[in-house]
Design a protein around this ligand. Structure first.
Ligand code: NAP
Ligand code: MG
Length: 405
């Protein structure tokens, strides 16, 4: 007896990738999705070889397809360095695909851990995921800096479009040498970041926290606080009230203290540097990079789902040598379920969204029942736990999924 497959109205943008995650991609599609869903995708091969063949045009094309279709799912990809240029005989050291896609979508990255019983966060109060949103533009990441000799004066000079100068003293280095740094941000980028955060809070029905150091940085950080507040008042206050969620602003040091005491279950919007540092802290405290999902959300509501980890190169080389691997497919699987659920919501297909829920539940139950890849085996407190290889884990998820359909 064969059940009819779930239909799809609009295709997903499918961005294939590299190395071990490309192998996971194929297995997930073949074993966990294609048997149940009449999958429609617009396929873009972002594997490094094809990016090189197309002079990286395929990356831009895939991002433009996401703008058109609204939902994308992306496999991890290699960001080439000198060693990769040699390994793949590349024409050029192509830029990070994620950077290219983020620039085209003008999006913000939200990272959230997958929680399972038996793998407890290091912070014992955390019961729900904490999602971190990092503003990935400007500040110290696009700064100019220089060494300053003793006796020099450093100033900020702003020249307006008529040539008029405004000077602000940074420091008079009369009594000793030192360093200076000049950094910037742009109102439009801060506003896009704010809208992405408010939209994602609404889409996931979670509170949004934002924090800066506006008491010390009365112009720079204060601008972030003001832009968030203005956009919230004008565009989101009522929608948040309807959803029963809150926007909460506080100072960054107060936020850090509250996050540790919280039980999780909210989105934490961070300025660029805070997000860089705090996302590593939160990911580590939740247990494993292999259990971290990632979604790029544009200010006008385009969603691109992926795993937070890379292509797991070491496992791929072992796989190529014919050795058994135990690579965790959870984050890549949740990229697919995130995209299928969102597609289902947008197309009014309850069946597709429900399938995504069931697949996630089956995957979580597999681990909670004690079947897991090696990375989790080392962390799990489950009784009767057992480490399995890459494919055996996916097959165990399929067995659980079969029971629930
Ligand atoms: P990685 O792929 O994240 O892997 C680093 C290590 O973390 C692995 O060797 C493995 O540890 C562990 N790990 C990560 N994901 C795992 C999983 N799913 N299951 C089990 N273990 C996992 O980082 P990388 O090796 O530094 O980078 C490889 C390539 O990925 C690079 O070319 C980089 O450019 C790219 N990258 C892409 C993205 C993206 O597309 N979003 C993000 C980051 C990096 P053990 O070896 O100890 O088992
Ligand atoms: Mg970091």
């Amino acid at each position: 007896m064969t059940k009819a497959k779930i239909a799809m109205k609009t295709p997903l943008v499918e961005m294939d990738g590299d190395e071990m995650t490309r192998i996971l991609w194929q297995m997930i599609k073949e074993k966990l999705i294609l048997p149940y869903v009449d999958l429609k995708t617009e396929y873009y091969d972002l594997g490094l070889k094809h990016r090189d063949e197309t002079d990286d045009q395929v990356t831009a094309d895939s991002a433009n397809a996401a703008l058109r279709l609204g939902v994308a799912v992306k496999c991890a990809t290699i960001t080439p360095n000198a060693q990769r240029v040699e390994e793949y005989g590349l024409k050029k050291m192509w830029k990070s695909p994620n950077g290219t896609i983020r620039a085209i979508l003008d999006g913000t990255v939200f990272r959230a851990p997958i929680l399972v019983r038996g793998i407890e966060p290091f912070v014992s109060t955390w019961k729900k995921p904490i999602t971190i949103a990092r503003h990935a533009y400007g500040d110290v990441y696009k700064a100019s800096e220089t060494a300053v000799p003793q006796g020099a004066r450093a100033e900020i000079v702003v020249t307006d479009s008529n040539g008029a100068e405004t000077r602000t003293l940074i420091h008079d280095f009369a009594s000793g040498a030192g360093v200076v740094q000049g950094m910037h941000n742009i109102d439009g980028s801060i506003a896009s970041f704010a809208r992405s955060c408010f939209n994602y809070a609404l889409a996931t029905a979670q509170d949004l926290w934002f924090a800066t150091k506006d008491t010390i940085s009365k112009k720079y950080d204060h601008r972030f606080k003001d832009i968030f507040a203005e956009i919230y008042e004008a565009e989101y206050k009522e929608k948040f009230a309807q959803k029963g969620i809150e926007y909460f602003y506080t100072l960054i040091d107060d936020a850090v203290a509250r996050v540790i005491r919280s039980e999780g279950g909210f989105i934490w919007a961070c300025k660029n540097y805070d997000g860089d540092v705090m996302s590593d802290m939160v990911a580590t405290a939740f247990g494993s990079l292999a259990m971290m999902t990632s979604v790029l959300v544009s200010p006008d509501g385009i969603f691109e789902y992926e795993a937070a980890h890379g292509t797991v190169q070491r496992h791929y080389y072992a796989h190529l040598k014919g050795q058994q691997t135990s690579t965790n497919s959870m984050a890549t699987l949740f990229a697919w379920t995130g995209a299928l659920r969102k597609r289902g919501e947008l197309d009014g297909s309850a069946a597709l969204a429900a399938f995504a829920d069931k697949l996630e539940t089956a995957a979580i139950r597999t681990i909670e029942d004690g079947v897991m890849t090696k990375d989790l085996f080392l962390l799990s407190k489950a009784e009767n736990k057992r480490a399995v290889d890459t494919e055996a884990f996916i097959l165990a998820v399929r067995d659980n999924l079969g029971k629930s359909l």
